[in-house]
Design a protein around this ligand. Sequence first.
Ligand code: 13P
Length: 248
Amino acid sequence: MRVPFIAGNWKMFKTKAEAAAFAKEFAALYQGTDVKAAICAPFTDLEVLKEAFAGTGIGVGAQNVHFADEGAYTGEISVSMLEEIGVDYCIVGHSERRQYFAETDETVNLKLKKLFEGPIVPIMCVGESLEQRDAGELFDVVRGQLEKGLEGISEEQVRRLVIAYEPIWAIGTGRTATPEQAEEMCAFIRAALIDLYGEEAADDVIIQYGGSVKPANATELMNQDEIDGALVGGASLKAADFMAIIDF
Ligand code: 13P
């Protein structure tokens, strides 16, 4: 049985002080909720959020990680550094990282493998561009991202995975995928997982939709059979908006 899971992706927003203020307000609003929630924040906010969310059930995630144990990789952060803080989730392969920071299916795969050695749950992002959708390549693109990203990942590991379907054309544009478009791709992803790992393992994987999710459209998206949650950018920056999405 999959529990709905709504994660916020703050991207490069919020200082430590701003994160602490959000956490105080959000923890109070979240009390008594049975939908799973997490905030994926800039590295500098992670410790603040872990402390503020202690005992609340709210998870904390990073937005990226390096795949090496340690080494001369200026500016990078390792899995063990995140584990030491007690981080629960880590986004891998967000389209902004693919676009601006040379993330590829190969680095996504290396990062997933490294994360799966420990307890941090990866949130793997997939999704097509508008050009690819218009050319009718959307399913091939996402299938390719899944196959390459998950190469060598075991059935046991994949059961813990969260996949976020984020069509690039819907991110930060205010142009949400229709519930039908989102459901169609999330169902396609589930079918691909069944193909790769069998029904039982595929059934455990949480599949989120991301791209301009707001309080106003959360309910109809979340009511789709194969959409188990959401990855929320802009609307996760305000505690009341994020809570309204969780209360879909
Ligand atoms: P928006 O919700 O701001 O469109 O961002 C979506 C996203 O990229 C979440 O990872």
